[in-house]
Design a protein. Structure first.
Length: 200
């Protein structure tokens, strides 16, 4: 088999391992797929996703490696510049790595990309990056756009409340926190940080 064909076979094994929840096997096969064919954007994206999922589960774990998540997200974009989900993921990773200006540089063009199917996600993460930078007006604008695109995005409402709180607009902050916890979704109604912020 050609290296490209072997890469596709490894990617198929990675996908099957992901379906079975065997994350270490996913990384093994996805990394081999990328080594065999650096243009295999799907394999690189899957590797980046798994590294990020490890961090979401437990940021203090040795399995949480944002640098590797970033490496594979960038490989995905290099192999397929049209992979917009990888750009959004890269923005999230950069925020977690406290590289907020770099995150804005990735997320702002994506948020304005009319071909991206999840604009609320890009606007929400852009607002998050602005919030971390202390650019509260820009954060409010981005997060309001996010909620306009997807009113059920309760994490966006929570972050919007934080931005208003930092500007001492407590009425608007309370309204945003209330919207976050009253969004009709089980995940939103368990958003403890938003309940804590509203109590504060």
């Amino acid at each position: 088999q050609s290296p490209e064909a072997q890469s596709l076979a490894e990617y198929d094994l990675a996908k099957e391992s992901y379906r079975l929840g065997k994350m270490r096997n996913v990384l093994d096969h996805a990394q081999k797929a990328v080594e065999l064919d650096e243009t295999n954007a799907d394999a690189a994206f899957l590797a980046a996703r798994v590294y990020l999922e490890f961090c979401i589960q437990d940021e203090a774990s040795n399995d949480c490696r944002y640098e590797d998540a970033e490496k594979y997200a960038r490989k995905t974009i290099e192999a397929n510049p049209e992979q917009r989900e990888a750009k959004n993921m890269l923005g999230v990773i950069l925020v977690h790595r406290s590289r907020f200006e770099d995150a804005v540089g990735v997320l702002k063009p994506l948020a304005n990309d009319i071909l991206y199917n999840s604009p609320e996600s890009a606007w929400g993460n852009l607002g998050w990056a602005y919030l971390k930078l202390g650019n509260y007006d820009d954060a409010i604008d981005a997060l309001r756009r996010s909620l306009a695109a997807q009113p059920l995005f309760c994490v966006g409402a929570y972050r919007l409340g934080l931005a208003y709180e930092m500007k001492n607009d407590f009425k608007a902050a309370n309204d945003a926190f209330t919207k976050a916890v009253e969004t009709p979704s089980p995940d939103c109604q368990r958003l403890q940080d938003a309940f804590d912020a509203r109590a504060r």
